[in-house]
Design a protein around this ligand. Sequence first.
Ligand code: HDD
Length: 700
Amino acid sequence: MARTTKHKSSTAAIHDQTLHRGAGGELHQIAEGDTPVMTTAQGGPVSDDQNTLKAGARGPSLIEDFHFREKIFHFDHERIPERVVHARGYGAHGYFETYESLAKYTRADLFQRAGEKTPAFVRFSTVAGSKGSFDLARDVRGFAVKIYTKEGNWDLVGNNIPVFFIQDAIKFPDLIHSVKPEPDRAFPQAQSAHDNFWDFISLTPESMHMIMWVMSDRAIPRSFRFMEGFGVHTFRFLNAKDESTFVKFIWKPKLGLQSVVWNEAVKINGADPDFHRRDLWDAIQSGNFPEWELCVQLFDQDFADSFDFDVLDPTKLIPEEVIKPVPVGRLVLDRMPDNFFAETEQVAFMTQNVPPGIDFSNDPLLQGRNFSYLDTQLKRLGSPNFTHIPINAPKCPFAHFQQDGHMAMRNPVGRTNYQPNSRGEGPREDPTRGFRSFAEEIEAPKVRLRAESFADHYSQARQFFNSQTVTEQTHIAMALTFELSKVEEPVIRERMVAHLLNIDEALGAAVADKLGLEKLPKPADAAIAPRDDLPASPALSIIENGPMSFAGRKLGVLVSDGCDAALLKKLQAAIGKEGATVELVAPKVGGVTAADGTRLPAHNMIDGGPSVLFDAVALLLSPEGAGQLTGEAAARDFVADAFAHCKFIGFTAEAMPLLAKAGVEVDEGVMPLDDAGAIAGFVQSCRKLRLWAREPSVKN
Ligand code: HDD
C-alpha cells in the first residue's frame, strides 16, 4: 500500500506501528526517486493501472486479472453502514484541560490535576438525515465527546438540547422510525415536517418540552462553534470514598450562542449544504480553535428529593438559576482528522464508556442507551474488535484476555489467555483502582411502569416558552406552523394544537389561526395540570445570551470595479481586530479593480456567495457597479435577504440604488460607511449579530 504521511499525529503513529508489526509496511516502499511504486494490497508491484487484462486489445476481459479484481472488490466494499441516527456528522481532535481538582466529588483521574490536558475527539451531527443530507436541517445536533483519559475512554454522548423526546428507551425505535423518511415513499429527507413524526409526537405528551426546543432556533444553529452541549441525563460522581454526588454536564461555547432564522436555513442548504462542516474546517485550519467550557451542576439526594421534577426524567432540566453550572475545564478543538473515514466515520461513541469515578443514574433512557450503543458499533464496524481501530483505542495502557474475531489487530502473545492461572501471567483485576458502581440499595418489584414522578409533561415546556424573548417566541410559533402545515391529516394538526394550548394558550391560538383551523380544539387531557408558577429562566434564551462580540463571525463585502480600496482596507482592519473574518463577493470570482487600480481577488462570485453565508454584509460599490448590480437578481437577493434576516448592512452612498431596488428601507441597522468613525459604529452594531427590532416588518 502506497502511504504518504503529511505530519505525524498520535493516531498516525499508532497506525504506523500496527502496519510495521502486522504487515512490514516498509517493504512496500519500493521507490524510484521519491515516488513509491503502486502495489496490490498483497504488496505486488503493479505495471498497468489504466487497462484491464484482455484477450487482444478489443477482446473480452480475463478473470485472471487479479489486480483489477482486487481493486474493484475493495471499491465495492468501501462503505460501512451509516449510523441509524446521527448519520451526518463532522469531527475534530482536541484536548480537555482540567481547571482544578474535583477530588472532593470524583475520583475520575482526568479531574484530579489542575492544568492537565487530556486528548479528546468530538463528533457533531444531525439526527434524522442520511450521511449526505444538508447541514441546516431543523434538527437536534449531536455533541459527542470522547476523552481519552488515563483510566479509559470517557464518552459523553450528548446533544445541543438538554432534554429528550422520550422518557424510556423502549420508545426510541418508534421515535426514530417516525422522524425518518416515511417507509412507503422514502421521503422527506432530513425533516420532521411530515405526518409520521407529528402523528407520533401528538400521541406522546412527554415530548412536549423537547418539541419546544426543537421548534426554537436551537435546532438551526449558525455553527457547531456557537452551540451548547448537554449530557442530558443525571450522572453520578463518585469520590475515593465512593460517596456519590449527582451531576449534569453542560458545554458552554466560548463564542456565545447563535442561530440562524428558518428562511435563512432553507437558503443555506441550497447555497452550501456543508455550511457547518466548512465552518469548523475553516476555523480550525486558520488557527481559530473553537472552545467550550465544561460546566457541572452538582447536587445531592436531598436536592433530588426536593426538586419539582424527577432528576431521573430526561424530559426535564434543572434551570441554571436553581443550580448554577460551575466551569471545571475547557475543551479545545485544534486539529482536523487526517482522514474522515478512518476517524469521523469509524469513531464509536458509547454512553457506557465511563471511567472510574463517573457512574450512571437510573434514568431509564440512559439505562437503555447503555445497552444499545455496543450493538450498533458491532453492526456498523463489523467486528467486536472495533476498539482496535486507532480512533477508538484507549490511549492508556490496557490489558485483557479478549482475543480473535474479525480483523483482530492486537493479538495476545504467550501461552496463557485465561484467568485465574497458576503461572502468574497476564493482567489481574484491581479492586482499588478499578471501576466500581455506586452501591445503591434497591428493593423493588419487577414491573413495567412509568414512575408517577415523570407525569408532568407541560410545566417545563411552558417554562421554556416563557423564558424566550418575544422574537424567539414568534420563531417557535412560526416553526410549529410551518411543520404542521406539511402534515396532511388535519386530525394530527388539531391534536398538536390541543397540546400547545396546555403550554401557552396564545401560542396554541396563534398556531391554530395560522394553520387556518376552523375552531380551537379543547386542551389535551393532562395527566398532571401544567404549573404556571415556574419562574422564567433567562439562561434558556439564545438572544439573552448573545456574545456581544462579532468574534468568530464573518462579514461578506459586495464589491464592484471602481470601489474604494482604502475604505475596504479600513473595514478589513476593524473586522480583523474584532477577531472576525471578511470575504469579498464580486460579479466575477477573479475579483475587481478598485478606483485606485488595486486588484482585489474575490472569494465568491455573487451567485456562489449569497448573504445567507455571512453574519453581516457591506456594500462597497462604485456608481457604475451599483447600477449594473441593480439588474442582477443574485445581487438584489444578496441585499434583500440580508435585510430580511435582520443582519447589519454597511454601505457606501453609491450603493443606494441597489438598496432601493432590493426593497430595503434604511433603518438603524442599515449603516453608511463613509469614514473610520462610521466603520467603528458599524462593527460595534455587528456585535449584536441581528437587529431583531426589524423583524416584525420583515416577518421571518
Ligand atoms: Fe443516541 C448515536 C445522542 C438517545 C441509540 N446518539 C448517537 C449520537 C449522539 C446521540 C450524539 C451520535 C454519536 C456519534 O457522533 O457517533 N442519543 C443521544 C442523546 C440521547 C440519545 C443525547 C438522549 C438523551 N440513542 C438514544 C437512545 C437510544 C440511542 C434512547 C437507543 C436506545 N444513538 C443510538 C444508536 C447510535 C446513537 C443507535 C447510532 C450510531 C451510534 O449510536 O453510534 O445506538
